[in-house]
Design a protein around this ligand. Structure first.
Ligand code: ADP
Ligand code: MG
Ligand code: ZN
Length: 614
């Protein structure tokens, strides 16, 4: 629309220009004085006229004194005749030189045509400009079958990502080096008849650097990188997805060696034919086309298809067959060393203080993904800038950890005194239960300042990266989760809605204990329902059928038993240490936030040992 109004402006400008040049063409500038025919006749009689040039009906008169005049004769009548009509005798103008110029030449034509042509030209110009707009829109409409892939070319140094921009995922990098080598010199591999993998599937939870790593492979190999999200294949027009896939592969083959990267492939690559309500034809066609293209590679075509997903469990098995995405690379959440390295990578372009201890920040951020860490560093830089500081300090990073974890503080969200009291006892309940159970994570911070969606929070941080969790740990976490709920019941004899998130979290833990980890005695070692695929509704339902109603009832019983036991554990602790609960809650009401050291000082006199946090 912007360029449209610009074009209109242009048209108006041209109009103005033409208008201002018009007089030049018609020769109205520096025009000699015009005299009437009778005036001319008079002049001729007086012998003042030397020469007359006739051009059409125009008369150009040169006087004896050298000056010029113009005049017009009657149309369709010769000059002599005209003059004679005015009563001039033949002798009177016998001495005149009369030249008759046939009115040709550019000027004549311009004069003749321009008055008609000018509006016409303007109209044509106008329509041309309009049609260009329409055309552009048309191209877009007709181009809906084109792939729309974003391309990063190897000579784009600014957007280039290399392996050393990706920290931590060493095994993945090791596996992908082979791909890089192949893309660099495909001939070497083809010469000895090696079959090159066509598809590489990158798997990992969001933010672990799948997209980043795929780009790094292209960067290392120095090949074009065609990037497209699977959901972009599928749009409102049916059949577009498949044609986009075709176009993407065609373009990539032309640029070979190259990489095609299909992000979030689960959007089209879900298991077919199992959805509720008949599934999505468009998606299936797109998936089929991807499979066709993967199978259709000539052995010498050095195009590698990379795809990323965080739901490998829902992918159609056809995608994972040999010869398709048969290379699978798993990206884990970064461990402490990797977190330190990632923090350093993202601190590179920023002004950070020399004293920053990245190791310590890494220690405090278990469970953070690469994307979380990137956002942490960014938040800290914003924080420093808002305080008009020139560099980022250690404390900026520490403050940002909570911001990334919980969302920004909502200082404007004011709790009424009553709400504040309930909130304080609620959080104190969580914290006290956590402090009393050796197997729960240590309390890092308690606060009743609203943050993100939570009215208050108790921040617990696991002392180290853990990969295995014991039943005891889950039971402790369950009790801690219910600590807030129990505390409200104990102190106010009623419940508020503030505990609903806790209850949800606790129920999830309890259900996992029973159905996924085999930690319930009554159910024993078996998995119930297909764990980890709740999104895939159709599948879930059919899986449920594999268990009897009896088992389902038993699961419910067991979940409820775990919940009730946890609630009892929490209640017992709070009852026993009601005095400490009061102290913590009162301190919270007074200061709103209690840090770990202060919390430990509060509980120590009562024989509750502070837990070591790293
Ligand atoms: P995914 O595709 O797995 O969801 P991305 O590749 O989009 O994750 O990662 C998002 C951002 O997080 C990246 O642009 C990068 O800045 C950062 N990041 C993630 N993992 C790493 C890593 N291992 N090293 C460095 N940065 C990372
Ligand atoms: Mg991604
Ligand atoms: Zn709570």
């Amino acid at each position: 629309m912007k360029s449209f109004s610009r074009n209109i402006l242009l048209a108006i400008l041209i109009l103005f220009l033409l208008a201002s040049f018009y007089p030049f063409f018609t020769g109205q500038f520096n025009q000699p004085e015009e005299i009437s025919l009778s005036g001319l006749v008079g002049d001729i009689k007086n012998g003042r006229v030397k020469e007359i040039t006739v051009e059409g009906d125009d008369l150009k008169i040169l006087l004896v004194d050298g000056s010029r005049r113009i005049s017009k004769k009657e149309t369709e009548v010769g000059l002599t005749e005209t003059l004679m009509n005015y009563g001039l005798s033949e002798q009177a103008f016998g001495g005149l030189t009369i030249t008759i110029k046939s009115p040709t030449g550019l000027k004549f034509w311009l004069l003749m045509i321009l008055p008609f042509l000018a509006p016409f030209v303007l109209i044509v110009l106008f329509f041309w400009l309009i049609s260009r707009q329409v055309q552009r829109a048309n191209v877009q409409a007709l181009g809906f079958g084109r792939s729309k892939a974003r391309l990063i070319t190897p000579d784009n140094k600014k957007d280039r990502v290399m392996f050393n921009d990706v920290a931590g995922v060493e095994e993945a990098k090791e596996e992908l080096k082979e791909i890089v080598e192949f893309l660099k010199s495909p001939k070497k591999f083809l010469a000895i008849g090696a079959r090159i993998p066509k598809g590489v599937l990158l798997m990992g939870v969001p933010g672990t650097g799948k997209t980043l790593l795929a780009r790094a492979v292209a960067g290392e190999a120095g090949v074009p990188f065609f990037h497209m999200s699977a959901s972009e294949f599928v749009e409102m027009f049916v059949g577009v997805g498949a044609s986009r896939v075709r176009d993407l592969f065609r373009t990539a083959k032309r640029a070979a060696p190259s990489i095609i990267f299909i992000d979030e492939i689960d959007a089209v690559g879900r298991q077919r034919g199992t959805g509720l309500g008949g599934g999505n034809d468009e998606r299936e066609q797109t998936l089929n086309q991807i499979l066709v293209e993967l199978d259709g590679f000539e052995p010498n075509e050095s195009v590698i298809v990379m795809a990323a997903t965080n739901r490998p469990d829902v992918l159609d098995p056809a995608l994972l067959r040999p010869g398709r995405f048969d290379r699978r690379v798993m990206l884990d959440l970064p461990d402490i060393k990797a977190r330190e390295a990632i923090l350093k990578i993202h601190a590179r372009g920023k002004l950070v203080s020399e004293e920053i201890n990245f190791r310590m920040i890494a220690e405090r951020t278990p469970g953070f993904s690469g994307a979380d860490l990137q956002s942490l560093v960014n938040e800290s830089a914003i924080f420093a800038a808002r305080q008009n500081r020139k560099e980022v300090l250690q404390n900026d990073l520490i403050v940002s950890i909570e911001k990334v974890l919980l969302g920004p503080e909502r200082k404007s969200y004011i709790l009424s005194p009553k709400e504040k009291k309930i909130s304080a006892y609620h959080e104190a309940g969580h914290a006290l239960v956590a402090a009393s159970l050796p197997e729960s994570d240590p309390v890092h911070k308690i606060s009743i300042i609203a943050r993100g969606k939570a009215a208050g929070y108790t921040l617990k941080v696991p002392p180290e990266d853990r990969h295995l969790f014991s039943k005891g740990h889950f039971l402790a976490e369950l009790a801690v989760a219910l600590g807030g709920y129990a505390s409200e019941k104990l102190m106010f004899k009623e419940f508020t809605t503030g505990a609903s998130n806790d209850l949800k979290a606790a129920t999830d833990i309890a259900r996992d204990l029973v159905t996924r980890y085999g930690m319930s005695e009554k159910i024993g070692p078996q998995v119930i329902g297909e764990a980890g695929a709740p999104v895939f509704l159709g599948r879930e339902l059919s899986m449920e059928r594999m268990h009897s109603e009896k088992v389902a009832a038993l699961v419910d019983d067991e979940v409820s038993r775990f919940m009730k036991n946890a609630y009892k554990t929490a209640m017992d602790i709070l009852n026993k240490h009601k005095n400490i609960l009061e102290i913590i809650a009162k301190r919270l009401i007074e200061k709103e936030t209690i840090e770990r050291e202060e919390f430990n000082e509060l509980i120590q006199p009562f024989g509750l040992a502070p837990k070591s946090v790293i």
